[in-house]
Design a protein around this ligand. Structure first.
Ligand code: CP
Ligand code: NVA
Length: 312
């Protein structure tokens, strides 16, 4: 049994392949228990503080429900209402919250904010999305693919769209860690972060999977088992919306593009989605789409993270 107690969950790069597969196994166990109505109060009396500097539907609700199902409690802390919004430092906030709560989840802008919080907190810190990474989402994505395909290693995942955003980066690390080939198709100027690419290539060498970056969506999607996209304009980039709409025009996931994938491909999207932009309604609401199972799996994947990191 792997020991993850007390660790932070900032990015998948910080976890070994074995640890990621173990988290997925625990997620499946917790999911089965919940479906069977078996109580699983592993975190009785524990409290999670949740700092949100950006909007959220799934992350907020799934963490809150997850803590409740584990016998604990979650506190929603909007940055508008806590003193961070008035300039209190991240380090003081980390030290103070650590005296009250057993874990801190944070959704913010700069990835450095999460790192600073983790450095000063004495309880585990979980990254609920930064501009750079969205690791809890990708753990849920891996869980969804594993459930539907029965395996991860050896599959090909194609990501079409903004290669320089949190989803692309966390998918690159997650796929490479579990031995899944990943192909990212993005327009020039929206290519993945160089450091994350190098890191993913290194993980891929260890697991025997490939990490490919291209301008060509057709090439990326060819023979893919899984197609993923994400919004063209992420939170915090609203001023660039018009420019991005134009830059990503030929990167839409639509019926024509998906014909190049394997016949039994899955379509994933972390949501929220913009039908008619990054994906057509025909695809996201069609038979290959598993976006609502994916959204549900946020709950189960995060319960595994919470159980393993916060357990007594
Ligand atoms: N996918 C995701 O993180 O959704 P929210 O922004 O609603 O939390
Ligand atoms: N890339 C998106 C993901 C939303 C869950 C964003 O950061 O807005």
């Amino acid at each position: 049994k792997l020991q993850l107690k007390g660790k932070d969950f900032l990015q998948l790069a910080d976890y070994t392949t074995e640890e990621i597969l173990y988290m997925l196994e625990v997620a499946q166990e917790l999911k089965a228990q919940q479906k069977q109505g078996k109580p699983h109060p592993h975190l009785g009396g524990k409290v999670l503080g949740m700092i949100f500097e950006k909007s959220s539907t799934r992350t907020r609700v799934s963490f809150e429900v997850g803590m409740l199902q584990l016998g604990g409690h979650a506190i929603f802390l909007s940055s508008r209402d806590i003193q961070i919004g008035r300039g209190e430092s991240i380090s003081d906030t980390a030290k103070v919250l650590s005296r009250y709560v057993d874990g801190i989840m944070i959704r913010t802008f700069a990835h450095e904010t999460v790192e600073e919080l983790a450095e000063h907190a004495t309880v585990p810190v979980i990254n609920g999305l930064t501009d750079l990474q969205h690791p809890t989402q990708v753990l849920a994505d891996l869980l969804t693919i594993l459930e539907k395909k029965g395996k991860l290693a050896g599959l090909k995942l194609a990501y079409v769209g903004d290669g320089n955003n949190n989803m692309a980066h966390s998918l690159m690390e997650g796929a490479a860690k579990v031995g899944m080939d990943i192909s990212i198709a993005s327009p020039s100027g929206y290519m993945p972060n160089e450091k994350i690419n190098e890191r993913a290539l290194k993980f891929g060498q260890q697991t025997g999977s490939t990490v490919t970056i291209t301008n060509n969506p057709q090439e990326a999607v060819k023979d893919a088992d899984v197609i993923v996209t994400d919004v063209w304009t992420s939170m915090g980039q609203e001023e660039e919306t018009a420019k991005r709409l134009e830059a990503f025009q030929s990167y839409q996931v639509n019926t024509e593009l998906c014909k190049l994938a394997k016949d039994d491909y899955l379509f994933l999207h972390c949501l929220p989605a913009h039908r008619g932009e990054e994906v057509t309604a025909e695809i996201i609401d069609g038979p290959h789409s598993v976006v609502f199972d994916e959204a549900e799996n946020r709950l189960h994947a995060q319960k595994a993270i919470l159980k393993l990191l916060l357990e007594k």
